[in-house]
Write a protein that binds this ligand. Structure first.
Ligand code: SF4
Length: 351
Protein backbone atom coordinates (compact mmCIF):
# COMPACT_ATOMS: atom_id res chain seq x y z
CA UNK A 1 0.00 0.00 0.00
CA UNK A 2 1.27 3.46 -0.84
CA UNK A 3 2.55 5.56 2.04
CA UNK A 4 0.03 8.34 2.62
CA UNK A 5 2.02 10.14 5.32
CA UNK A 6 3.26 13.60 4.31
CA UNK A 7 6.98 13.92 3.72
CA UNK A 8 8.61 15.78 6.60
CA UNK A 9 10.99 17.59 4.21
CA UNK A 10 7.98 19.19 2.55
CA UNK A 11 7.29 21.14 5.73
CA UNK A 12 8.63 24.61 6.48
CA UNK A 13 9.88 25.49 9.99
CA UNK A 14 6.69 27.50 10.52
CA UNK A 15 4.50 24.53 9.63
CA UNK A 16 6.46 22.20 11.89
CA UNK A 17 6.27 24.74 14.70
CA UNK A 18 2.51 24.80 14.38
CA UNK A 19 2.22 21.03 14.25
CA UNK A 20 4.41 20.46 17.29
CA UNK A 21 2.54 23.18 19.14
CA UNK A 22 -0.72 21.38 18.38
CA UNK A 23 0.86 18.22 19.77
CA UNK A 24 1.55 20.14 22.99
CA UNK A 25 5.34 20.07 22.56
CA UNK A 26 7.54 22.88 23.89
CA UNK A 27 9.04 25.29 21.28
CA UNK A 28 12.60 23.93 21.63
CA UNK A 29 11.47 20.62 20.13
CA UNK A 30 11.12 22.29 16.72
CA UNK A 31 14.73 23.41 16.87
CA UNK A 32 15.81 19.91 17.82
CA UNK A 33 13.76 18.43 15.01
CA UNK A 34 15.10 20.88 12.44
CA UNK A 35 18.67 20.37 13.63
CA UNK A 36 18.26 16.60 13.48
CA UNK A 37 16.91 16.70 9.94
CA UNK A 38 19.22 19.30 8.42
CA UNK A 39 22.40 19.19 10.51
CA UNK A 40 22.56 15.61 11.70
CA UNK A 41 21.05 14.43 8.42
CA UNK A 42 18.72 12.03 10.17
CA UNK A 43 16.10 10.34 8.05
CA UNK A 44 14.44 8.03 10.54
CA UNK A 45 12.22 8.95 13.47
CA UNK A 46 14.08 6.58 15.80
CA UNK A 47 17.32 8.53 15.29
CA UNK A 48 15.80 11.34 17.34
CA UNK A 49 16.94 9.90 20.62
CA UNK A 50 16.79 13.38 22.14
CA UNK A 51 13.01 12.99 21.99
CA UNK A 52 10.85 10.96 24.36
CA UNK A 53 9.77 7.66 22.85
CA UNK A 54 6.15 8.80 22.51
CA UNK A 55 7.19 11.75 20.36
CA UNK A 56 9.38 9.58 18.16
CA UNK A 57 6.43 7.25 17.66
CA UNK A 58 4.15 10.14 16.81
CA UNK A 59 6.63 11.46 14.28
CA UNK A 60 6.86 8.02 12.74
CA UNK A 61 3.07 7.73 12.53
CA UNK A 62 2.49 11.20 11.16
CA UNK A 63 5.39 11.73 8.76
CA UNK A 64 7.35 9.92 6.11
CA UNK A 65 11.08 10.60 6.29
CA UNK A 66 11.74 9.27 2.80
CA UNK A 67 9.71 9.38 -0.37
CA UNK A 68 12.27 8.48 -3.02
CA UNK A 69 13.45 5.01 -3.70
CA UNK A 70 16.99 4.57 -5.01
CA UNK A 71 16.58 2.26 -7.99
CA UNK A 72 19.91 2.22 -9.78
CA UNK A 73 23.30 3.74 -9.19
CA UNK A 74 25.90 4.17 -11.92
CA UNK A 75 29.41 5.56 -11.90
CA UNK A 76 31.74 7.03 -14.46
CA UNK A 77 34.93 9.10 -14.63
CA UNK A 78 36.78 6.65 -12.39
CA UNK A 79 34.07 6.75 -9.80
CA UNK A 80 34.13 10.54 -9.54
CA UNK A 81 30.66 10.89 -11.04
CA UNK A 82 27.71 9.09 -9.52
CA UNK A 83 24.28 9.09 -11.05
CA UNK A 84 21.32 7.85 -9.14
CA UNK A 85 17.99 6.91 -10.59
CA UNK A 86 15.23 7.38 -8.04
CA UNK A 87 11.58 6.52 -8.27
CA UNK A 88 8.87 8.49 -6.50
CA UNK A 89 6.19 6.56 -4.63
CA UNK A 90 4.13 6.77 -7.81
CA UNK A 91 6.96 5.14 -9.73
CA UNK A 92 8.01 8.31 -11.57
CA UNK A 93 11.72 8.38 -12.44
CA UNK A 94 14.16 11.15 -11.65
CA UNK A 95 17.92 11.41 -11.68
CA UNK A 96 20.47 13.05 -9.44
CA UNK A 97 24.13 13.34 -10.33
CA UNK A 98 27.09 14.00 -8.06
CA UNK A 99 30.32 15.18 -9.61
CA UNK A 100 33.43 15.13 -7.51
CA UNK A 101 36.66 16.91 -8.35
CA UNK A 102 39.68 17.57 -6.18
CA UNK A 103 38.34 20.83 -4.91
CA UNK A 104 34.58 20.76 -5.53
CA UNK A 105 31.63 18.48 -5.22
CA UNK A 106 28.70 19.56 -7.31
CA UNK A 107 25.27 18.05 -7.10
CA UNK A 108 22.78 18.26 -9.90
CA UNK A 109 19.21 17.74 -8.80
CA UNK A 110 16.01 17.26 -10.75
CA UNK A 111 13.03 19.53 -10.33
CA UNK A 112 10.64 17.37 -12.34
CA UNK A 113 10.25 13.78 -13.40
CA UNK A 114 10.79 13.93 -17.15
CA UNK A 115 10.49 17.25 -18.95
CA UNK A 116 8.00 18.76 -21.32
CA UNK A 117 10.43 21.05 -23.12
CA UNK A 118 11.39 18.55 -25.80
CA UNK A 119 14.93 19.72 -26.57
CA UNK A 120 15.90 17.39 -29.39
CA UNK A 121 19.31 16.32 -28.08
CA UNK A 122 18.14 15.57 -24.56
CA UNK A 123 17.34 12.14 -23.14
CA UNK A 124 14.94 13.65 -20.60
CA UNK A 125 13.17 15.70 -23.25
CA UNK A 126 12.61 12.50 -25.19
CA UNK A 127 10.74 11.06 -22.16
CA UNK A 128 8.22 13.91 -21.91
CA UNK A 129 6.84 15.45 -18.73
CA UNK A 130 5.75 13.11 -15.94
CA UNK A 131 5.44 15.05 -12.68
CA UNK A 132 6.52 18.08 -10.71
CA UNK A 133 8.64 17.16 -7.72
CA UNK A 134 7.80 18.59 -4.33
CA UNK A 135 10.25 20.80 -2.45
CA UNK A 136 10.83 17.91 -0.05
CA UNK A 137 11.72 15.56 -2.89
CA UNK A 138 14.35 18.03 -4.07
CA UNK A 139 15.70 18.34 -0.53
CA UNK A 140 15.71 14.56 -0.23
CA UNK A 141 17.98 14.27 -3.28
CA UNK A 142 20.40 16.72 -1.66
CA UNK A 143 20.46 15.12 1.77
CA UNK A 144 20.85 11.63 0.29
CA UNK A 145 24.10 12.65 -1.38
CA UNK A 146 25.31 14.80 1.49
CA UNK A 147 25.16 11.67 3.67
CA UNK A 148 27.30 9.84 1.09
CA UNK A 149 29.77 12.74 0.92
CA UNK A 150 29.98 12.81 4.70
CA UNK A 151 31.07 9.18 4.71
CA UNK A 152 33.76 10.10 2.18
CA UNK A 153 34.87 13.03 4.38
CA UNK A 154 33.78 15.46 1.72
CA UNK A 155 31.37 18.35 1.70
CA UNK A 156 29.02 19.68 -0.91
CA UNK A 157 30.18 22.79 -2.78
CA UNK A 158 27.33 23.61 -5.17
CA UNK A 159 23.81 22.60 -6.01
CA UNK A 160 22.58 23.06 -9.55
CA UNK A 161 18.95 22.62 -10.49
CA UNK A 162 19.92 21.31 -13.90
CA UNK A 163 18.78 17.72 -13.86
CA UNK A 164 15.47 16.55 -15.22
CA UNK A 165 12.93 19.24 -15.80
CA UNK A 166 12.49 22.95 -16.35
CA UNK A 167 12.85 24.52 -12.88
CA UNK A 168 10.79 27.58 -13.75
CA UNK A 169 7.83 25.32 -14.46
CA UNK A 170 7.99 24.20 -10.85
CA UNK A 171 9.29 27.47 -9.51
CA UNK A 172 7.48 27.67 -6.18
CA UNK A 173 8.70 24.27 -5.10
CA UNK A 174 12.24 24.97 -6.33
CA UNK A 175 12.39 28.20 -4.33
CA UNK A 176 10.87 26.55 -1.25
CA UNK A 177 13.55 23.83 -1.42
CA UNK A 178 16.32 26.43 -1.78
CA UNK A 179 14.91 28.50 1.09
CA UNK A 180 14.77 25.50 3.38
CA UNK A 181 18.31 24.40 2.49
CA UNK A 182 19.48 27.99 2.90
CA UNK A 183 18.09 28.32 6.44
CA UNK A 184 21.00 29.33 8.74
CA UNK A 185 19.42 27.36 11.58
CA UNK A 186 19.49 24.21 9.53
CA UNK A 187 21.42 23.14 6.45
CA UNK A 188 22.76 26.69 5.98
CA UNK A 189 23.74 26.36 2.32
CA UNK A 190 24.41 29.86 0.92
CA UNK A 191 22.22 31.15 -1.92
CA UNK A 192 25.25 31.88 -4.08
CA UNK A 193 26.02 28.17 -4.14
CA UNK A 194 22.77 27.39 -5.97
CA UNK A 195 22.24 27.66 -9.72
CA UNK A 196 18.91 27.44 -11.48
CA UNK A 197 19.18 26.46 -15.11
CA UNK A 198 16.37 27.39 -17.47
CA UNK A 199 15.79 26.71 -21.12
CA UNK A 200 14.55 30.30 -21.40
CA UNK A 201 11.09 30.79 -19.93
CA UNK A 202 10.98 34.54 -20.38
CA UNK A 203 8.25 35.60 -17.89
CA UNK A 204 10.03 33.66 -15.14
CA UNK A 205 13.44 35.12 -15.96
CA UNK A 206 11.87 38.55 -15.45
CA UNK A 207 10.08 37.46 -12.29
CA UNK A 208 13.24 35.87 -10.92
CA UNK A 209 15.25 39.02 -11.71
CA UNK A 210 12.94 41.17 -9.62
CA UNK A 211 13.21 38.85 -6.64
CA UNK A 212 16.86 39.97 -6.55
CA UNK A 213 18.05 36.72 -5.07
CA UNK A 214 21.71 35.71 -4.83
CA UNK A 215 20.95 32.43 -6.62
CA UNK A 216 22.84 32.03 -9.92
CA UNK A 217 20.97 31.76 -13.18
CA UNK A 218 22.02 29.80 -16.26
CA UNK A 219 20.19 29.99 -19.57
CA UNK A 220 20.48 27.20 -22.11
CA UNK A 221 20.97 28.91 -25.44
CA UNK A 222 22.46 26.30 -27.82
CA UNK A 223 21.90 28.42 -30.95
CA UNK A 224 22.21 32.07 -31.95
CA UNK A 225 19.61 32.21 -34.70
CA UNK A 226 15.90 31.64 -34.25
CA UNK A 227 15.78 29.19 -37.10
CA UNK A 228 18.32 26.84 -35.54
CA UNK A 229 17.27 27.40 -31.94
CA UNK A 230 13.63 26.60 -32.70
CA UNK A 231 14.81 23.30 -34.18
CA UNK A 232 16.90 22.37 -31.14
CA UNK A 233 14.86 23.95 -28.36
CA UNK A 234 11.17 24.10 -29.33
CA UNK A 235 10.28 26.66 -26.62
CA UNK A 236 12.17 29.17 -28.78
CA UNK A 237 9.06 29.41 -30.95
CA UNK A 238 7.23 30.86 -27.97
CA UNK A 239 10.12 32.93 -26.59
CA UNK A 240 12.39 33.79 -29.53
CA UNK A 241 15.91 35.08 -29.09
CA UNK A 242 15.06 38.78 -29.15
CA UNK A 243 12.55 38.40 -26.29
CA UNK A 244 14.87 36.05 -24.44
CA UNK A 245 17.85 38.38 -24.65
CA UNK A 246 15.74 41.33 -23.52
CA UNK A 247 14.81 39.36 -20.42
CA UNK A 248 18.47 38.44 -19.91
CA UNK A 249 19.45 42.11 -20.02
CA UNK A 250 16.69 42.88 -17.55
CA UNK A 251 18.04 40.17 -15.25
CA UNK A 252 21.59 41.51 -15.34
CA UNK A 253 20.51 45.15 -15.02
CA UNK A 254 18.25 44.37 -12.08
CA UNK A 255 20.45 41.96 -10.17
CA UNK A 256 23.93 43.12 -11.29
CA UNK A 257 24.73 39.44 -11.40
CA UNK A 258 26.59 37.69 -14.17
CA UNK A 259 24.48 35.35 -16.24
CA UNK A 260 25.70 32.00 -17.56
CA UNK A 261 24.78 30.68 -20.96
CA UNK A 262 24.97 26.99 -21.73
CA UNK A 263 25.76 25.90 -25.25
CA UNK A 264 25.71 22.19 -25.96
CA UNK A 265 28.07 21.80 -28.92
CA UNK A 266 26.80 19.56 -31.68
CA UNK A 267 29.00 18.71 -34.62
CA UNK A 268 27.98 20.42 -37.87
CA UNK A 269 24.84 21.76 -36.20
CA UNK A 270 25.78 24.68 -33.95
CA UNK A 271 29.59 24.57 -33.86
CA UNK A 272 30.29 26.87 -36.83
CA UNK A 273 32.12 30.19 -36.70
CA UNK A 274 29.02 31.71 -38.22
CA UNK A 275 27.01 30.69 -35.14
CA UNK A 276 29.84 31.97 -32.96
CA UNK A 277 29.76 35.41 -34.59
CA UNK A 278 25.96 35.54 -34.32
CA UNK A 279 26.41 34.73 -30.65
CA UNK A 280 28.92 37.54 -30.27
CA UNK A 281 26.32 39.94 -31.68
CA UNK A 282 23.62 38.62 -29.34
CA UNK A 283 25.70 38.84 -26.18
CA UNK A 284 27.40 42.16 -26.85
CA UNK A 285 27.40 44.35 -23.75
CA UNK A 286 25.88 41.71 -21.48
CA UNK A 287 27.58 40.67 -18.24
CA UNK A 288 27.79 36.96 -18.95
CA UNK A 289 29.85 33.82 -19.31
CA UNK A 290 29.43 31.07 -21.89
CA UNK A 291 29.87 27.39 -21.12
CA UNK A 292 30.55 25.24 -24.16
CA UNK A 293 29.56 21.66 -23.52
CA UNK A 294 30.47 18.96 -26.04
CA UNK A 295 27.28 16.95 -26.61
CA UNK A 296 26.54 14.11 -24.23
CA UNK A 297 25.17 11.58 -26.74
CA UNK A 298 21.78 9.94 -26.28
CA UNK A 299 20.37 6.88 -28.00
CA UNK A 300 17.53 8.77 -29.65
CA UNK A 301 19.56 11.60 -31.14
CA UNK A 302 22.11 11.09 -33.86
CA UNK A 303 24.19 14.23 -33.13
CA UNK A 304 27.82 14.00 -32.05
CA UNK A 305 30.27 16.21 -30.19
CA UNK A 306 32.46 18.33 -32.51
CA UNK A 307 36.18 17.69 -32.89
CA UNK A 308 38.36 19.62 -30.48
CA UNK A 309 39.71 22.09 -33.04
CA UNK A 310 36.20 23.29 -33.90
CA UNK A 311 35.35 23.82 -30.25
CA UNK A 312 38.60 25.75 -29.79
CA UNK A 313 37.94 27.94 -32.83
CA UNK A 314 34.44 28.73 -31.55
CA UNK A 315 35.83 29.61 -28.13
CA UNK A 316 38.61 31.75 -29.58
CA UNK A 317 36.14 33.82 -31.55
CA UNK A 318 34.06 34.55 -28.46
CA UNK A 319 37.17 35.48 -26.52
CA UNK A 320 38.38 37.80 -29.26
CA UNK A 321 35.24 39.75 -28.52
CA UNK A 322 35.78 39.70 -24.76
CA UNK A 323 33.09 37.14 -24.06
CA UNK A 324 34.39 34.88 -21.28
CA UNK A 325 34.02 31.29 -22.27
CA UNK A 326 34.82 27.88 -20.79
CA UNK A 327 34.87 24.49 -22.46
CA UNK A 328 33.54 21.93 -20.03
CA UNK A 329 34.97 18.48 -19.69
CA UNK A 330 32.21 16.01 -20.47
CA UNK A 331 31.45 14.10 -17.29
CA UNK A 332 29.12 11.22 -16.90
CA UNK A 333 29.15 10.42 -20.61
CA UNK A 334 29.56 6.71 -20.12
CA UNK A 335 26.57 6.59 -17.79
CA UNK A 336 24.53 8.96 -19.95
CA UNK A 337 24.25 11.36 -17.05
CA UNK A 338 20.90 12.86 -17.89
CA UNK A 339 20.28 15.57 -20.38
CA UNK A 340 22.53 17.79 -22.40
CA UNK A 341 22.40 20.45 -19.77
CA UNK A 342 23.51 18.06 -17.11
CA UNK A 343 26.88 17.88 -18.78
CA UNK A 344 27.41 21.52 -17.88
CA UNK A 345 27.93 20.81 -14.28
CA UNK A 346 31.39 19.59 -13.99
CA UNK A 347 33.86 22.12 -12.91
CA UNK A 348 36.80 20.97 -15.01
CA UNK A 349 38.05 22.76 -18.08
CA UNK A 350 39.74 21.42 -21.13
CA UNK A 351 41.53 24.67 -21.67
S1 SF4 B 1 17.59 20.01 -22.04
FE1 SF4 B 1 16.62 20.48 -20.07
S2 SF4 B 1 14.85 21.74 -20.68
FE2 SF4 B 1 15.50 20.66 -22.52
S3 SF4 B 1 14.27 18.79 -22.53
FE3 SF4 B 1 16.20 18.33 -21.46
S4 SF4 B 1 15.70 18.60 -19.30
FE4 SF4 B 1 14.13 19.64 -20.46
Amino acid sequence: MMDSRPLIFDRSPEELTQILQEWGEPPYRVKQLWWGLYRNLWNKADQFTVFPKALRQKLEEQFAFESLQAVRESWSDNGQTTKLLFHTLQGKPLETVLMRTLDRNTLCISSQSGCGMGCVFCATGQMGFMANLTSGQMIEQVLYFVRILKEENRTLSNIVVMGMGEPFHNFENVLAAIDRLNDPNGFNFGERRFTISTVGIVPFIRKFAHLKRQINLAVSLHAATDELRSELVPINRKYPLKTLLEACHEYVNTTRRRLSFEWVMIRDVNDSLEQASQLVKLLKGLLCHVNLIPLNPTDQYSGKAPPKHRIQAFKALLEQHQIPCTVRVPRGVSIKAGCGQLAALHQGQTS
